[in-house]
Ligand binder design. Structure first.
Ligand code: PMP
Length: 338
């Protein structure tokens, strides 16, 4: 029997699960680190907890304080969950395209949600991250988490995700495949695995086709939370400080259509309902594993659950609207023949 003193004790130690059916045609075994087992349902619980604990230690966040972050994604949810458990306030700034479900989830955790205009250049005062920084400056007791430039983000993966994968595989992991958003996961986990293996583990970034991380032109794509694209009104944009490009040995570049096909197959063939960036990562892992041998061992990280994307990648209407449906099955759907 294990008793947990709080929900935060259940962050991490997620299962590593073999992909038996979707990867049956490739020589190397592929194991998925299924991060939706975290309490706020994504890999971001690790980074958020790491950042909060570091801020408490440094004194940047004190009892009665308020956690502030600018994100439409999983980090906001993770921080709101942690704030609730530890008795802090939380303010999450989100762009106006954020789904009502996500805003309601943040509010359910007790967060104050501030909606700002999306699609603004990074230097615009109303850009999500600038609004968050300003709110943090002006709110008494506030601490700005700033996952993009916070070293505690990659550090959380160096001390949890990496060691877990190393221990779970008994040091047999040879390839690690993951998408790159803030870069925290790849930098910390990949960095640890490289050190533990004496440089033997290969780290492969799974990147949207047009993302600038892997040399794309920076034009937009559908899969959320990974890659790096250029805002049309800004000539250049900087990579986050939490991303160390030297950790990535190479990238596999995956188009939206392939990511979506694979994430749907994951649900239907493995029973793993994961988010779009997991589709990108598994598509890349399958390409990598196809070139390897049964003595290799591929680990791919699935960042979050498909529950947050039911109206997108798992919805035929959405797929049809954006032209993704036909190629997924190659045959008419029920809606087509009725
Ligand atoms: N996929 C999803 C769904 C995410 O929420 C994130 C985190 N933004 C990532 C991938 C990328 O992780 P990281 O920021 O650590 O690079």
């Amino acid at each position: 029997m294990t008793l947990h003193e709080s929900l935060l004790d259940t962050v991490g130690n997620t299962p590593l699960v073999r992909l038996t059916r979707i990867a049956s045609g490739v020589p190397a075994p592929v194991y998925a680190k299924v991060e939706f087992f975290n309490p706020a349902s994504s890999v971001k619980d690790r980074a958020a907890l790491g950042m909060v604990l570091a801020a408490e230690k440094s004194g940047a966040l004190a009892p009665g304080g308020v956690i502030v972050e600018g994100t439409s994604g999983n980090t906001g949810m993770a921080l709101a969950m942690i704030a609730a458990q530890r008795g802090y306030g939380s303010i999450v700034v989100v762009p106006d395209r954020t789904s009502p479900e996500k805003i309601k989830t943040l509010r359910a955790y007790g967060a104050e949600v501030v909606v700002t205009t999306g699609a603004l250049p990074r230097e615009h005062p109303e850009h999500v991250r600038n609004v968050a920084a300003r709110l943090a400056e002006r709110t008494p007791g506030a601490w700005y988490a700033n996952q993009y430039d916070n070293p505690a983000n990659p550090e959380a993966h160096r001390t949890t995700t990496g060691p877990e994968i190393w221990a779970e595989t008994g040091g047999r992991v040879t390839h690690f495949v993951v998408g790159v958003g803030t870069g925290g996961t790849v930098t910390g986990t990949g960095g640890f695995l490289k050190e533990a293996s004496g440089g033997l583990v290969q780290v492969i970034g799974a990147d949207p086709l047009t993302s600038t991380y892997s040399g794309g032109d920076g034009s937009p794509y559908y899969v959320e939370s990974i890659g790096h694209y250029l805002h049309p009104q800004t000539a250049e944009d900087e990579y986050p400080e939490s991303y160390d490009p030297s950790v990535v040995d190479r990238f596999e570049r995956i188009g939206d259509r392939e990511s979506i096909t694979v994430v749907r197959r994951l649900a239907r063939e493995e029973g793993i309902l994961a988010g779009g960036s997991a589709g990108t990562a598994v598509a890349a892992a399958l390409r990598v594993a196809a070139t390897l041998t049964p003595d290799d061992l591929v680990v791919v990280l699935l960042p979050d659950s498909g529950r947050g994307y039911l109206s997108k990648y798992f919805d035929d209407e959405w797929l049809r609207r954006f032209g993704f449906l036909e190629d997924l099955t190659g045959r008419p759907t029920v809606a087509d023949v009725l």
